[in-house]
Design a protein around this ligand. Sequence first.
Ligand code: HXC
Length: 251
Amino acid sequence: PPPRHEPSGPPSANFEYIIAEKRGKNNTVGLIQLNRPKALNALCNGLMKELNQALKTFQEDPAVGAIVLTGGEKAFAAGADIKEMQNLSFQECYSHQFLSHWDSVTQVKKPVIAAVNGYALGGGCELAMMCDIIYAGEKAQFGQPEILLGTIPGAGGTQRLTRAVGKSLAMEMVLTGDRISAQDAKQAGTGWHCLHRARPKRVLMLTKKSSMWKFERNWASTCLSPFSYQDDRREGMAAFVEKRKANFRDQ
Ligand code: HXC
């Protein structure tokens, strides 16, 4: 299995996808800014490795009391990198422990604060929710749009969202892929709406079935399996990359 953290380096290391520096009086804040704006901070493997390295460095630095994780004006992070995942096979996911290095934020012993503006979608929303506190700017948009790609959240979305906004709104969000604003998130827990939009049904069921922590990651890999769910997931991801509407077979 891949190591939980990459070897540590100085926070000022020349990262490609993030900026990490100490800020504040006495340098007590470790600031990590996701910095891949052209891809709306999509969380590619390289970015996740750098993020883990910066987290480890700040965790070990006695001067740092808390860590702030942020993105840009338009996007905190628009999710896992769809282009990177598009052609992944189930075998590759299984043998390389797909998404296993994603939850390093939850292992950090210092407070981690997410400062979110713009899109926090899919893995981006999950990453924000792994933090201890979320501060959302006016333009923040939270969502778990995996269903629109023919797949399901894979890094805790079905669980943490339920705790964050309540079951009804969380289920609405994961089953429709709809986003909520920072204001909506503030008043969360009261929504109760009918689902009337076409979504791939088998994947909907999988989303529901993932209501237990330990199953979620496995079911997420199943979406990439050569068996039943593959067609819809392939179509969903291909449609995104080709900038067209998905044509799910199993509506
Ligand atoms: C790869 C992404 C991306 C992503 C955006 N981009 N999101 N690339 N992975 N998640 C890229 C686009 O391809 C495009 O690059 C550039 O960023 C700008 O995006 P646009 O779509 O042109 O911007 P806009 O029209 O403003 O729309 C913004 C958006 C949209 C609504 C956020 O980009 C979007 O829907 N993104 C995907 C969101 C999503 O589905 N996230 C969940 C991913 S799955 P090019 O060069 O092509 O123009 C996930 C977990 C899966 O997180 C785990 C289980 C399997």
